[in-house]
Design a protein around this ligand. Structure first.
Ligand code: SF4
Ligand code: SF4
Length: 342
């Protein structure tokens, strides 16, 4: 089995891990069964989050029904020491564990948030206290910002990072991954299919697996889909001519319309969190239509409707995306979906 050691944590795991987002959108039994199936086949790393509604509890139920052992990682959006400690308690209960191998600060977006997390009363100090108490093993952080991840790796306060990495988002291969490797920070690679945007799953997974030292996470909610991905993981990562053509085709198709979630376009004069407004389709695809009812989503959506088309964000986007046009298209898409639901 292809394994890696996650930096200085010493955690040894199979290089392909279970992403806990999509199991929210199927029945509880199906979710439990797919986790059990993955463990049975040999996967032994599971990642989830306090943010993913019932994902932790479904994973906890699966773990209670098997003798198979897995390294369990979860994460929290809470930025304060007290807040994250409460979340750790909840995670332990939901996952039915008395110890969580890796607890991460979830989606830290910018330097200001990072400062809050690392302040004396910030989430990091809560995590370190929990580590001292022996209820978590290691502390990690996830972010979509490569600049921030570079700083995080330099600071050396976190033992693992989680970074987006796919053929549509290859920049981490130059910017963050080599540095993390050098400093022995464990690297978790998320979104190998760019949040569901990439349809050529086999080619995309091969492309990511080719990079050494990464533990690649992919969201899975069906056994058949797991089996396809697992076969790719166990196989040979050389791309066929056809796969190479598909990759080039997808890169060309999305060139000019793919948001890399770097946040360089902020601040928006209308207070829109642009990457969320642009990423709504993949969010609904991954998390299911239930997120349309969540207050956080509704807030993003109401704000997206306030775009004045001032164009300030476009001047700052290094990929020259037609942001207002993309927001408008997504607004139409979401409104149609909401109408259909009613
Ligand atoms: S064009 Fe729209 S999204 Fe961009 S800064 Fe102006 S209001 Fe915000
Ligand atoms: S719109 Fe452009 S600048 Fe803003 S997050 Fe997406 S890729 Fe980055």
């Amino acid at each position: 089995m292809k394994k890696i050691v996650l930096g200085k944590t010493g955690i040894e795991a199979v290089r392909f891990g279970f992403g806990g987002i999509p199991i929210q959108r199927v029945s509880e039994r199906q979710a439990v069964e797919v986790v059990l199936h993955a463990l049975e086949k040999g996967m032994n790393f599971i990642d989830t989050s306090r943010m993913y509604s019932n994902s932790e509890s479904r994973i906890g139920k699966a773990l209670s029904e098997t003798d198979k052992k897995a390294v369990v990682a979860t994460k929290s959006f809470n930025r304060s020491a007290d807040g994250i400690q409460k979340d750790i308690e909840t995670s332990l209960k939901e996952l039915r564990l008395d110890y969580i191998d890796l607890y991460q600060c979830h989606a830290v977006g910018n330097e200001e948030e990072y400062r809050r997390v690392t302040a004396p009363d910030g989430a990091l100090s809560g995590l370190l206290k929990a580590k001292e108490q022996g209820i978590i093993g290691h502390v990690g952080i996830t972010s979509h910002s490569l600049d921030l991840l570079e700083k995080i790796v330099d600071d050396g306060l976190f033992e693992t990072i989680m970074v987006c990495y796919s053929f549509l988002e290859p920049a981490a291969g130059e910017k963050v991954i080599p540095k993390a490797r050098e400093k022995e920070v464990g690297i978790l690679a998320m979104k190998p299919l760019s949040g569901g945007v990439i349809t050529a799953a086999e080619a995309a997974l091969k492309w990511v697996f080719t990079c050494p030292d990464l533990l690649v996470l992919a969201g899975i909610e069906e056994k058949a889909y797991f089996d396809q991905n697992w076969k790719v993981f166990l196989g040979d990562y050389r791309l066929t001519g056809e796969e190479d053509r598909k990759i080039r085709g997808i890169i060309t198709e999305f060139d000019g319309k793919f948001c890399r979630r770097c946040d360089y376009c902020l601040p928006c004069t209308a207070g829109i969190y642009i990457q969320f407004a642009l990423g709504v389709r993949s969010m609904v695809r991954r998390m299911g239509q239930r997120i349309l009812d969540q207050p956080m989503f509704q807030d993003i959506w109401e704000k997206a409707g306030n775009c004045t088309e001032c164009g300030d964000c476009m001047d700052r986007c290094p990929y020259e995306l037609p942001i207002p046009e993309m927001i408008r298209e997504n607004l139409d898409w979401v409104n149609a979906l909401i109408k259909q639901k009613r």
